[in-house]
Ligand binder design. Structure first.
Ligand code: NAP
Length: 388
């Protein structure tokens, strides 16, 4: 079998590195043609030496000279800046683009990949959240496929193969509940950055870890599922499952519930997407049933985690509101990580921005990007009035 040729964007991050782990563990199955990062040139250069891609892209222009000096004399083409990152998604040769970029910056990359008919292995949930409806008409034309990497969406995708779309009663999207599931609401104001970065079951990048603590991540996943599986938000139920063993379930109309389980390890859903439609031999996330213990389930507390409730409203409203929710959340999370606002003010900022921006329903990429920009400005203004 010919190796599958890959472009991996966001290769220096948590998902990017896990993807390269999977590639390394399956010699001969993949060829890495292109890698991209925002600014981490040291890791990118190290990845170059291991995987020998033909192209590298660094988005932060100030880091180009450093990357060139690290790789002096090597036979590699170095691209630079956001526009070249987007074009990298359309390179001739690769069959598959892995989008592991964090944030709304991933949207244009995803669109470019599907426009070019590539298979898109998608970790960047913000693409579908911000611009979900833009994908369907392109995919209808180019026959590109979106292969989800997010563990919950990978689980749902796998389980949906057990029945017909019209047989689905509801999707049960599981959530670990994050580090503050059992904390009293009265203590939420004093949550520190370090506490919020200490996730109980998953080891991930900083932004998604904070989102997992506010449950905005689950909110983004609800919106992502609406777009990916074409189900209304009312057909999605979030179930808190602190052990993170069941990655999601589907309840069919005969009341059968089918689930996908493993130990939490992102390399499993990455492997599934990279090898799809086949399953490869691998042991990531393999369960030791003798040590499993009990699996528990509870309802999410919308009072403690208002970002989740708001996400359901935004998912139902559609139009530009999901992009607004996402952009305001990105700004608020960055401000919290900078210690400019409190933990509880992340959700307050997002709620105020969503409340103040009127949704537009006639979506184009320009309309989405404009809503994203305006939401970020409004989030900054909002945070100035509530800053510590
Ligand atoms: N981590 C997980 O377990 C997990 C699970 C499910 C879904 N996801 C989703 O996967 C995506 C990546 O998450 P992560 O945890 O891997 O994030 P991460 O560790 O922060 O890595 C982000 C990657 O994107 C690059 N990047 C950052 N800003 C960029 C920009 N403006 N343009 C282009 N590249 C940029 C980073 O480059 P530098 O290193 O140079 O900054 C890095 O390679 C997110 O959308 C997240 O929601 C993650």
């Amino acid at each position: 079998m010919n190796p599958r040729i890959l472009t991996i964007l966001g290769s220096t991050g948590s998902i990017g590195r896990s993807t390269l782990d999977v590639v390394k563990a399956h010699p001969g199955a993949f060829e890495v043609r292109a890698l991209a990062a925002f600014g981490n040139v040291e890791v990118l250069a190290e990845q170059y030496r291991t995987f020998r891609p033909k192209y590298l892209c660094i988005v932060d222009q100030t880091k180009r000279a450093r990357l060139e000096s690290l790789l002096k004399g090597e036979d590699v083409e170095i691209l630079c800046g956001e526009a070249e990152l987007v074009e990298m998604a359309a390179l001739r040769g690769p069959d598959m683009v892995v989008n592991a970029v964090v944030g709304a910056a991933g949207l244009r990359v995803s669109l470019r990949a599907v426009e070019e008919g590539k298979d898109l292995a998608l970790a960047n949930k913000e693409s579908l959240v911000a611009g979900g409806p833009l994908f369907a008409p392109i995919i209808a034309r180019t026959k590109s496929r979106i292969l989800p990497i997010d563990s919950e969406h990978s689980a749902i995708w796998q389980v949906l193969q057990c029945g017909q779309k019209e047989e689905v009663r509801r999707i049960l999207l599981t959530a670990s509940g994050g580090p503050f599931r059992s904390l009293e609401l009265s203590q939420f104001d004093s949550i520190t950055v370090e506490q919020a970065l200490d996730h109980p079951t998953w080891n991930m990048g900083a932004k998604i870890t904070i989102d997992s603590a506010t449950l905005a991540n689950k909110g983004l996943e609800v919106i992502e599922a609406v777009q990916l599986f074409e189900v209304p938000a009312e057909k999605i139920t979030v179930v808190v499952h602190p052990q993170s063993i069941i990655h999601s379930m589907v309840e069919f109309r005969d009341s059968s519930v089918i689930a996908q389980l493993s130990e939490p390890d992102m390399r499993l859903p990455i492997t599934y997407a990279l090898f799809w439609p086949e399953r490869s031999e691998s042991a990531y996330g393999r369960i030791d049933w003798a040590k499993m213990g009990s699996l528990t389930f509870e309802e999410p507390d919308f009072g403690k985690f208002p970002a989740l409730k708001l996400a359901f409203e935004v998912a139902s409203a559609g139009g530009t509101l999901p992009a607004v929710y996402n952009a305001a959340n990105e700004e608020a999370v960055a401000a919290f990580l900078d210690r400019r606002i409190r933990f509880t003010e992340i959700g307050q900022t997002v709620a105020r921005v969503v409340d103040r921006m009127s949704p537009e329903t006639d979506l184009t990429l320009e309309v989405v990007l404009d809503a994203d920009r305006r939401a970020r400005r409004l989030a900054q203004q909002t945070m100035e009035t509530i800053a510590l």
